[in-house]
Write a protein that binds this ligand. Sequence first.
Ligand code: APR
Length: 263
Amino acid sequence: MTGSADPRIEKAAQLLAHAQRIVCLTGAGVSAESGVATFRNAETGLWSQFAPQQLASQEGFSADPGLVWRWYMHRLDMVERAWPNAGHDALAALERLAASFTLVTQNVDDLHERAGSRRILHLHGRISRFHCNRCHFEHDLLPSERRASEPPACHNCGGLIRPSVVWFGENLPRRVLDHAWREAERCDLLLVVGTSGVVYPAAHLPLVAKQSGARIVDVNPEPSEISALADVFLQGPSGELLPQVTQHVRILQGGAQKQPPPE
Ligand code: APR
């Protein structure tokens, strides 16, 4: 679907332009056009090569800490080589146009930050941060540790250092999750971008928003269970669609920015 005359783009822009409190939930798809692999894409997804439990769980880390370490260093390199795409930029612009905008992301990359988004909640942690798997001591990675084939030892207790991302079977950070839930319950528009909506509790957020009376806009090349809930489903790549939506919001609002650009 292309071309800005598309009525669904218009309708999505109308909903966003008139919303008082916007929450945006993003998944790996928003970073796909930056060259950062998604998880469940059958051909190129990260999980197509490895089993999630093998590489993103305590069991996998205990079984083979070196394999998990090398996989996360590979993903960290991929993220650091990537650049925000037009979809990330459009969401940062939308935040400045909106009266209230909270970005809740499942992504562990920093592409939203690098695009200029400010109010960001990372539900699944950050791949660029590290802590001890035993004592939770925070750890700043040395270049030599980046290149190592095994995880470094904690300076505090000798335990193994791991990335500060949420693994399968682990709880999401409570404070972040509560904040995201409160925002979803208060928003009048939830914009969902690039998530398959299969991993809970993040995937529950659209239902929380819907039950609180919010309208939903979903952006994804593939329909999902969230698309079925959506008032508007924009089928296509977010890097192509979000700039069109944001441009229409800008026109509807007469270009007025409601929030100052980042200093
Ligand atoms: N623009 C928008 N969406 C896209 C694009 C694109 N260019 N390319 C792919 N997508 C969509 C896919 O259609 C899919 O619905 O992005 C979604 C990616 O889904 P997943 O790979 O399942 O990623 P995500 O939904 O973020 O996974 C949630 O699961 O593995 C865990 O912790 C991991 O945070 C992740 C969580």
